[in-house]
Design a protein around this ligand. Structure first.
Ligand SMILES: *Cc1c(COP(=O)(O)O)cnc(C)c1O
Length: 400
């Protein structure tokens, strides 16, 4: 039981201290209770804790929209706020479908996604996910989505061929991807070359690219957005997790001006509008904290810290590749992962053995099957990061 958390440290009911090796499920990039985020939250709670964002507005939602679009890949000029990663995807899916339905291409109803992709736990987000373990048992509820598979679910040349042929049919509403790192699938890292290629193929086919940056966004890969590393701009971009500062559920779906224009006009107010208005959409507490998150990234040069840490993480995982029982290692930005045993197995106990060994040594390293990984807060110190990587390596050596 965690009773308190400060910086990268979780404190438990029995007085132990654990390094938060996965940043509390990928939400925490600036450390727990960062003083600036706490101060912003308290001040905002005293000033305006909630106000609807429908026919009325408030300053922090407006300014956050502006500040988000200024950091985003080129052309993403419009923002729809919501509450979590799954919802950010639902919104993107609904925008894509409605955009084509009311702009002269009603046949564009099909979604394509990548094998190994994870996009959330709600029905639409699950439908476009490519991980059977999470969606299999809800099959009857899901809409059809073509999953593009390479060899062993990797994003590779075969995936590109599958995409090319699927796009030829002219009925695709959008292609949904996790750019460069498929998080939930086991931190599968894929190349900027394929990301650029996907953008080209999707543009050539005249359809839309949805980049799910719920995990990869806000600096995880070393750039503000994973898409930036490939110089790619999607048509829709989803962000959540770290956007709420590891404190509050908060999400956004960014869109291009062209898509926004596709919802204007019509006879009545509602005729062409996007029918998606969450009760807590753009909540002032979340919006204020998210603005402070972006300000801290700027003031504390967070991306420079990521660049320095990423070298330490890469070196540590390269060294792990020589440990007995480690099948493969990889890293990018603030993420390092090692596959154990002789095949991928989400229900393997191996990862959980490492988890228990690491708990005894003072780190929380929740595995993804038999893949163990680190994705710590970016403002971890060099000493803390070395300690985390040492605990990981010692735990693997012990168990394997
Ligand atoms: C976590 C995650 C989601 C879902 O976000 P929730 O906030 O859990 O709904 C969607 N996409 C990706 C890539 C994620 O990592």
């Amino acid at each position: 039981m965690v009773t308190r958390a400060q910086g990268v440290w979780l404190e438990t009911h029995d007085g132990r201290r654990l390094i938060d090796g996965n940043g509390s499920w990928w939400t925490n990039t600036l450390g727990h209770s960062h003083p600036r985020l706490v101060a912003a939250l308290i001040d905002q709670a005293r000033t305006l804790a909630h106000c609807a964002l429908s026919s009325i507005a408030h300053e922090n939602a407006a300014l956050l929209a502006k500040e988000l679009t200024e950091t985003a890949p080129a052309g993403l000029t419009r923002v729809h706020f919501s509450d979590d990663g799954s919802t950010a995807l639902e919104v993107a899916i609904k925008i894509a479908a409605q955009y084509w339905a009311q702009n002269g291409h009603p046949q564009r109803t099909r979604f394509l996604s990548l094998g190994g992709g994870f996009h959330g736990d709600t029905i639409g987000a699950m439908s476009v996910s490519g991980l059977e373990i999470f969606k299999g048992r809800y099959g009857a509820l899901l809409f059809d989505c073509v999953t593009l598979r390479g060899d062993n679910d990797a994003v590779d040349e075969r995936t590109m061929l599958a995409l090319e042929s699927a796009l030829a049919s002219n009925d695709v509403a959008a292609v949904v991807i996790e750019p460069l790192i498929q998080g939930a699938a086991g931190m599968r890292i894929w190349s900027t070359r394929f990301l650029s290629r996907i953008r080209e193929l999707v543009s050539a086919a005249g359809t839309l690219l949805i980049a799910d940056e719920v995990f990869t966004g806000l600096g995880r890969t070393g750039a503000m957005w994973a898409c930036d590393l490939a110089g790619v701009a999607p048509d829709l971009l989803c962000t959540a997790k770290a956007l709420g500062g590891g404190m509050l559920p908060f999400a956004a779906t960014l869109a291009t001006e062209r898509i926004y224009d596709g919802f204007r006009g019509g006879g009545s107010r509602a005729e062409r509008a996007l029918m998606h208005g969450h009760t807590f959409c753009g909540n002032p507490l979340g919006a204020r904290v998210a603005r402070e998150v972006l300000a801290v990234y700027r003031d504390e040069r967070v991306l420079e810290r990521v660049a320095a840490h990423s070298i330490r993480i890469r070196d540590a995982f390269d060294a792990l590749s020589r440990v007995k029982g480690v099948r493969a290692v990889r890293s990018l930005g603030m993420v390092g992962a090692a596959d154990l045993g002789d095949r991928t197995d989400y229900e393997s106990e191996l990862g959980w053995e490492i988890y228990r060994a690491a708990l005894r040594r003072g780190a929380c390293l929740r595995p993804l099957g038999n893949t163990v990984y680190v994705a710590p807060p970016f403002l971890i110190s060099d000493e803390e990061l070395d300690r985390l990587l040492r605990i990981l390596s010692d735990s693997i050596s012990e168990v394997m």
